[in-house]
Design a protein around this ligand. Structure first.
Ligand SMILES: *[C@@H]1O[C@H](CO)[C@@H](O)[C@H](O)[C@H]1NC(C)=O
Ligand SMILES: *[C@@H]1O[C@H](CO)[C@@H](O)[C@H](O)[C@H]1NC(C)=O
Ligand SMILES: *[C@@H]1O[C@H](CO)[C@@H](O)[C@H](O)[C@H]1NC(C)=O
Ligand SMILES: *[C@@H]1O[C@H](CO)[C@@H](O)[C@H](O)[C@H]1NC(C)=O
Ligand SMILES: CC(=O)N[C@H]1CO[C@H](CO)[C@@H](O)[C@@H]1O
Length: 498
């Protein structure tokens, strides 16, 4: 799926217009004078969603390879796209069962096939070898309207289903690669045209991109997320920024910033730097690099962790491609959502146009685990912030727990720099008092909290009270500190799956 191309590598020498009037918003710490990056409402709302899906379904679903990446001459025959059971409501059943709150659909991947009936027209020219340079007007004739299921607008159907199910929707449209138009790295290659390719100029290519983005951004409602796989060239950046501000300024933009601080939107989010579904243990909501970020950065730009349900980093549905076991997917949840990273899980409808039963079952299993383990915390007698940025959870009686979930209110920025969770531990019978004289034991600690941090203990402990202390650059506002006990649930689910 992803083009593991660094944004800097795409930067062409010329810039059509100076992009990025955008300046980061921050305030100054009253405690140490450091910069505290401020989020937008949209970024916080997006982090609250915690889980989304990235849907890979288009002509590449009908190939044996995982998309047209790195095969620049391949333009799969449009007749391949022939789903017989296409049902986007059925996709939503899995999305809802997983607990995902938004879905980003690949509207055009690297083959160039558009899953909506694009009406964009453009001048063509004979390719490298022959045909001369006579420009002719042509339609973008590599879309669903040219396929056996012409008359269907897949993008439109998806949007309708998402609305019906109360799921946010967005689009992935690669501006960097388009085999149909002989484009790699945002530039038209100077090569002989391969079968199925159409010859155009670089200027025409960028115009097609802007016209197709305009179609997607004006005809399908308000978008939750827009995905730029591999970013965009500096020649495309300024116009993309303008179009976004004009049509979809509220959308969260994946790869919206470059490392040097040039951003196409204030609502940018960053890539975590791996497709394994794993954020670093320490992962800040701030920073522009494709990793755990930087607590001192003036840019609030939280991370997204995209990963697959199929093994081997397979994004499009693969024949007999095994799925990752539930044990591994539970681990993915903890290493993404539990590390302040929004989890975006791949959804790969098969060649009939449906989510296969084994995948649907796995999404539901994972969703059931999350709801059972984290839906309702272990009951506490009293749970409240206390002086000095600390937080206290008291239990009515000795209570077994095996993990804590911490959430910071980031409205005025992410301010906690480290935390320690101490517990008054008693043995399982409640011996050892648990009263005022019971000593405190460190049960977990870390650095970044952000939207959410989940710490799982090596084994359950029986406690009467928890106390979370922290270091910070301004007095923290805790959103929640909850305790959970899920060791048996986890063991049961893993055993049932074996
Ligand atoms: C950042 O990089 C982009 C290209 O990658 C360039 O267009 C822009 O001018 C750079 N901005 C700064 C502030 O250096
Ligand atoms: C698509 O349009 C191009 C340019 O007009 C043309 O050469 C090509 O034959 C068309 N393809 C199909 C499948 O009709
Ligand atoms: C498009 O631009 C690139 C450089 O950015 C150049 O190498 C290529 O030859 C151009 N393509 C055409 C068809 O002119
Ligand atoms: C957590 O506590 C251990 C033991 O005191 C300490 O070695 C470690 O540095 C702490 N880690 C963090 C991130 O504070
Ligand atoms: C503990 C940990 O994984 N820390 C990482 C957080 O992210 C920064 C930036 O990538 C890394 O330098 C740290 O190693």
């Amino acid at each position: 799926m992803l083009l593991l191309v660094s944004l800097a590598a795409l930067a062409a020498a010329v810039s059509v217009r100076d992009a990025a009037a955008y300046k980061p918003k921050f305030r100054i710490s009253p405690m140490d004078g450091s910069k505290i990056a401020l989020p937008t409402r949209e970024q916080l709302a997006w982090q609250d969603k915690e889980i989304g899906v990235l849907i890979h379904y288009e002509i590449a679903t009908y190939l044996d390879i995982d998309g047209c990446n790195n095969v620049p001459d391949l333009v799969p025959a449009v007749s391949l796209f022939d789903p017989t059971l296409l049902n986007t409501d059925q996709w939503m059943d899995s999305i809802v069962a997983l607990g995902a709150k938004y879905a980003t659909l690949v509207a055009k991947h690297n083959c160039g096939f558009a899953t909506w009936p694009s009406k964009v027209r453009f001048p063509t020219r004979g390719g490298g070898g022959g045909g001369g340079h006579h420009d002719r007007a042509a339609g973008y004739n590599y879309t669903i309207a040219d396929s056996p299921v012409h008359g269907t607008d897949l993008v439109g159907r998806f949007v309708k289903s998402a609305k019906r199910y109360g799921v946010g929707h967005g689009f992935y449209y690669s501006v960097v690669v388009n085999n149909f138009l002989n484009v790699q790295n945002s530039a038209v290659r100077n090569t002989e045209l391969a079968p199925g390719q159409v010859g155009i100029t670089n200027e025409t290519y960028n115009q097609i991109v802007f016209d197709q983005l305009t179609e997607l951004w004006t005809k399908y409602g308000t978008l939750t997320e827009i995905w730029f796989d591999g970013g965009y060239s500096s020649a495309q950046m300024g116009k993309i920024e303008d179009l976004l501000q004009k049509h979809q300024s509220q959308a969260v933009i994946f790869n919206g910033c470059q490392e040097n601080g040039t951003c196409v939107s204030a609502n940018s989010v960053r890539w975590i730097g791996t497709e394994m579904g794993q954020a670093p243990e320490e992962n800040w909501s701030t920073g522009l690099t494709n990793d755990g970020g930087d607590s001192g950065s003036p840019f609030f730009c939280p991370a997204e962790c995209d990963t697959t349900l199929q093994t081997q980093d397979r994004w499009f549905w693969g024949v007999n491609q095994p799925l990752r076991p539930i044990k591994e997917m539970i681990d993915v949840y903890h290493k993404t959502v539990g590390r302040n990273c929004v989890l975006e899980l791949d959804l790969a409808p098969d060649r009939s146009g449906l989510i296969p039963a084994n995948q649907a079952a796995r999404y539901k299993q994972l969703g059931d685990f999350i709801a059972s383990c984290y839906g309702k915390p272990v009951a506490a007698k009293r749970s409240r912030p206390v002086d000095g940025g600390a937080y206290s959870v008291e239990f009515a009686r000795p209570t077994a727990i095996d993990r804590v979930s911490l959430m910071e209110d980031q409205t005025d920025g992410q301010v906690i720099r480290s935390y320690q969770v101490h517990a008054r531990i008693v043995d399982a019978d409640g011996e050892g008092g648990g009263g005022e004289n019971q000593p405190w034991t460190l049960v977990s600690n870390g650095t970044s909290v952000g939207h959410k941090k989940i710490d799982i203990f090596a084994k359950p402990v029986t406690v009467t009270e928890l106390r979370v202390s922290s270091t910070f650059v301004d007095t923290p506002k805790w959103r929640a500190v909850t305790a959970h006990l899920c060791d048996e649930l986890t063991a049961k689910m893993v055993a049932a799956a074996e």
